[in-house]
Design a protein around this ligand. Structure first.
Ligand code: SAM
Length: 280
């Protein structure tokens, strides 16, 4: 999709080709497309850009923040594959493909890695085939599914992943889109209950206590303009997702401070907490 003229649908939105029956609604901002806008992608519409700009006015650091989060994702996957020996990844809230997608990083370390992507956005679904190009030694699958129904995800992911062996559950920049009414802690607990000891949780989420005033205004603006409601969380609230897990060093930190690969990465700024926990 390039602006509003090419891609799966034209200017007015419509059904995703391929008989999925999924419809792209261009009239209201969607998180996957707003995120794509901030990352400099082409898969967004006027409503997404308006919401993206409104947030950017309240919090000008948003572009650096989402980039720092993508770099965090890549470092985490590299750590999990290269240092922790993980060969299975369940990446929920995948987003529109960008640089260094999970399977690319994981399979560059170990071609046998198996990755299941999950997202509920029809534009991500439309792009799914570009994600399904993993190495023949491994496997990559895509599920069009909703994180708020973790049981359905686990059942379908079992076609590709062996849940008797360690799995990394990846929830990168998605939990702030799960409001308290949807019981985010139950969702994470249910996912972690399904994987054996030695599995990992990798999670980042938008902070309410970094640049607090700007972030509160950013959330207010986003929530006025977008389909999903953002729920920013403070350090203690994000740390609760890791209850019962052993946090890997350096713990739950601003994403750019999680094992930065260079001084440049460490010097970035973000309003996102990120961490990795190991199941005992
Ligand atoms: C901010 S993007 C993050 C993308 C990617 N993980 C990253 O960090 O670059 C959030 C993604 O989560 C997806 N998402 C939000 N709520 C979801 C839900 N309930 N079920 C599945 N996907 C969801 C959105 O469609 C979007 O693609």
């Amino acid at each position: 999709m390039s602006g509003e003229t090419a891609g799966p649908v034209g200017r007015g939105g419509g059904e995703v080709p391929g008989g999925t029956g999924r419809v792209i609604d261009t009239s209201v901002a969607h998180s996957a497309r707003v995120h794509n806008y901030w990352l400099g992608g082409q898969d967004n519409f006027a409503a997404d850009r308006a919401a993206g700009d409104a947030v950017m006015e309240a919090y000008p650091g948003i572009v650096m923040s989402v980039r720092a989060n993508r770099a965090f994702l890549a470092r985490v996957v590299r750590f999990l594959a290269a240092e922790a020996g993980i060969r299975q990844f369940l990446d929920i809230g995948t987003g529109i493909p960008a640089a260094n997608n999970t399977h690319q990083v994981a399979q560059s370390v170990a071609p046998s890695c198996r990755v299941v992507y999950v997202d509920y956005d029809p534009v991500v679904l439309w792009h799914a085939r570009s994600l399904l190009t993993g190495s023949p030694a491994g496997a990559v699958d895509y599920l069009d599914a909703d994180l708020r129904d973790p049981q359905a995800i686990l059942e379908r992911a079992a076609r590709t992943l062996d849940f008797s062996r360690p799995v990394a559950i990846m929830l990168i920049a998605v939990m702030h889109l799960i409001v308290d009414e949807d019981d985010p802690y139950r969702i994470v607990a249910q996912l972690m209950d399904a994987v054996p000891a030695g599995s990992y949780l990798a999670l980042s989420q938008v902070a309410s206590d970094i640049e607090a005033e700007r972030m509160a205004e950013a959330a207010k603006r986003y929530n006025r303009l977008a389909r999903e409601t953002q729920r920013h969380r403070n350090h203690a609230e994000v740390a609760r997702f890791f209850d019962g897990l052993d946090l890997v060093e350096p713990g739950l930190v601003p994403v750019q401070q999680w094992r930065p690969a260079s001084d440049l990465e460490a010097a970035a700024r973000s309003a996102m907490w990120g961490g990795v926990g190991r199941k005992r």
